[in-house]
Design a protein around this ligand. Sequence first.
Ligand code: ATP
Length: 274
Amino acid sequence: MSFLKELANRDKVFNFLIPEVSPVDVRHGPILYLEDVSVSFDGFKAINNLNLTIDDGELRCIIGPNGAGKTTMMDIITGKTRPDTGSVWFGSRHNLLTKSEPEIASLGIGRKFQKPTVFEALTVFENLELAMAADKRVLPTLTAVLNGECRDRIDEVLETIGLRNLRAALAGILSHGQKQWLEIGMLLMQKPRLLLVDEPVAGMTEQEMERTAELLTTLAGKQSVVVVEHDMGFVRSIARKVTVLHQGSVLAEGTMDQVSNHPDVIKVYLGEET
Ligand SMILES: Nc1ncnc2c1ncn2[C@@H]1O[C@H](COP(=O)(O)OP(=O)(O)OP(=O)(O)O)[C@@H](O)[C@H]1O
């Protein structure tokens, strides 16, 4: 009887109605794989035969001069821009070129844009709660009451992003850095497998930058993290492997020392700074 009552509740989303998302398969290869990807805008090749492989749990920094194609590459991964040619795979199972932006997000690819977009009139806790509600997979649970598991998840994320003591504070009063961490936390609520982070330390204080470096290095391992950043000091502080993009292709790849000593990189990019 109570089941019938439940069924009559049209607003409720039932678990069995939510399409199963098959897990990302990284048993035989990388978590993200771009091969020979190209895209042109009005005849201009913004991405030009780009090949990129990100391993599961890796923290990768992507650098490159203005116009190198970093944002366009992120747009292609998240389904915002469709390449003219090439292939893009998430694990060995998911061909991202056949998926829409929301489908790609629900597969577990989270993107953090440069500007923080938290809900300023809500508390830190409520922002995280809302981020969880945006995840269709847990929506049915939330329509009732926030259960213990959800609360634990929020606590865990608050701890990770270092905002435990500010859980009841309105997001509007947070510093710029704290807002950035909260937004990263909102992405974490959805348990992404891959996080794409665009210029996370722009506008941050030195101290906030250090804390962000700690946060991103902590996240790697549990999830894969791709960071696009212009601040070379910051990149040096977190980088394990760095990819240098130039004119839509990979110019060099390796440790920070390897790429910064690469003659082509010095010429086209790092050379600009000296
Ligand atoms: N929608 C578009 N229409 C036309 N040209 C575009 C479009 N998007 C990007 N471009 C061009 O493609 C090139 C690559 O741009 P992109 O924004 O990806 O570079 P970027 O490496 O992210 O640069 P920045 O570091 O300045 O953010 C640039 O020359 C840009 O002007």
